[in-house]
Design a protein around this ligand. Structure first.
Ligand code: HEM
Length: 406
């Protein structure tokens, strides 16, 4: 009674029963949320057919809610389309803050949790980057394809010890298709069945049940994308020539091949690392094309510190401040993952009542484009991160918040 006496967060009024269903954005949600935040403030509530969605639009509210209250805000919403219909249930992203989640986390921590463990993968990244530069030099018109291939090559080598083929690679293609599907099914509000789960029991032939037929196709695609690279590692293991990778190291540590958590942990890595890096590298080329003066300054730094006889390596990173500032500005300017979504138990927050079971979405895009924090946010300006008055490091926001990412 005491809790419900607090007001709910403000937000657009909506309609009886359906709430904000008609105005809930299914595309460009971060922009709609940003506009709403200018009208209603940093904490907004939207209601879709009775499901509550809280949108947090500032670094302070996100940190206070998702980090300081991480004990009650580290679960994930159960999206019926993604988890029950389209086959994504076992992906790390959809795990509740459960024993299984902690097991995935242990795997990631052991293999990637320190600078030293990450360093074991540097040679893969450097070799593939050299190959990438040769490919771009030979065939500059196909830049986007070279970027996708390189990102796929690096992550598949790290996750499964797999070397991608020249030209179109079947595993890279599967990852691309799966990622496109993931982006669709992981966005709350796109599928009505996420808000009215009983719709999943409609017969497939029923008018409007096309989503069930789509889900069947997607389930096949997701299973194939998860199992094929895993089978590849097991075949290599049987032949006695398994290349070192995230999967092979866990097998060597005693995780048995039958444990499906192994396959899904590696798949989560391979998926998490493919499209994100592609987006960041696309943004780098776009930024350098529209800001040649930034490229000139960066090239001058590389020429002065490294010289012209060799390519930079990871070891040079700390001595290239301008290049590092470009990397930060890429992740701010072109936010890769625009929203981060958690699921929460009820709580009083900033004087508002947050209903049990609300989805909480952090508007990462706006946090990194707020004009008070980053003046002229749409301008690509690496100098933000250099000199005396540096602006906040985008790394604190762009990889997500809370206990899952610390
Ligand atoms: C530009 C690079 C990257 C960016 C900006 C980025 C950003 C993010 C963000 C914002 C989330 C949280 C999404 C949410 O809360 O809904 C996330 C989750 C995740 N990322 Fe990344 N990521 C990047 C690269 C990678 C790479 C290279 C890997 C793998 C090696 C990876 C693996 C994952 C995994 C497994 C999750 C899910 C974690 C969980 O749900 O607990 N990411 N990433």
């Amino acid at each position: 009674r005491k809790k419900t006496s607090r007001p709910l967060p403000p937000g657009p009024a909506g309609w009886p029963l359906i709430g904000n269903l008609l105005e809930f954005p299914t595309h460009g949600a971060w922009l709609t949320f940003t506009d709403l935040s200018k009208k209603y403030g940093d904490i907004i509530l939207m209601n879709i057919l009775g499901s509550q969605m809280i949108i947090l639009n500032s670094a302070k509210t996100v940190t206070d809610f998702l980090e300081k209250k991480s004990a009650i805000s580290s679960d994930r919403p159960h999206l019926t389309m993604a988890c029950d219909l389209a086959g994504w249930k076992k992906l790390l992203t959809f795990q509740q803050y459960s024993e299984r989640f902690r097991q995935y986390r242990k795997f990631f921590h052991r293999q990637l949790g320190s600078r030293n463990s990450l360093a074991t993968f540097y040679s893969v990244e450097e070799d593939e980057t050299r190959q990438f530069l040769c490919n771009v030099l030979q065939d500059p018109d196909d830049l986007a394809a070279h970027i996708r291939r390189t990102a796929g090559a690096i992550i598949l080598k790290i996750s499964h010890g797999y070397s991608v083929k020249d030209g179109d690679d079947p595993f890279v293609e599967l990852a691309d298709k799966s990622m496109a599907n993931f982006s669709l099914v992981a966005t709350p509000g796109v599928f009505l069945v996420d808000h009215v789960p009983v719709l999943r029991h409609l017969p497939e032939w029923f008018p409007g049940a096309g989503f069930l037929r789509d889900a069947k196709q997607w389930r096949k695609l997701v299973t194939e994308t998860a199992t094929k690279p895993h089978k590849f590692v097991l075949e290599q293991l049987a032949k006695g020539n398994m290349a070192p990778s995230f999967t092979s190291r866990l097998l060597e540590e005693g995780v048995t091949p039958e444990e499906d958590i192994l396959m899904w942990a590696s798949f989560s890595m391979y998926l998490g690392g493919s499209d994100t890096t592609v987006s960041a590298i696309y943004a780098f080329f776009l930024a350098m094309t529209i800001h040649p003066e930034v490229l000139t300054t960066a090239q001058a730094e590389v020429d002065t510190i490294i010289g012209t006889e060799r390519l930079p390596t990871f070891e040079d990173r700390d001595s290239l401040p301008y290049v590092n500032a470009i990397c930060k500005e890429i992740l701010r300017w072109n936010v890769v993952a625009l929203l981060s979504t958690a699921f929460t138990d009820y709580e009083i927050f900033e004087g508002y009542f947050i209903p049990k079971g609300s989805m909480v979405s952090a508007n990462i895009w706006y946090i990194l484009h707020n004009e008070d924090t980053y003046p002229e946010p749409e301008v690509f300006r690496p100098e933000r991160f250099l000199g005396d008055n540096v602006q906040p490091d985008p790394h604190d926001a762009c990889y997500g918040y809370g206990r899952r990412y610390e």
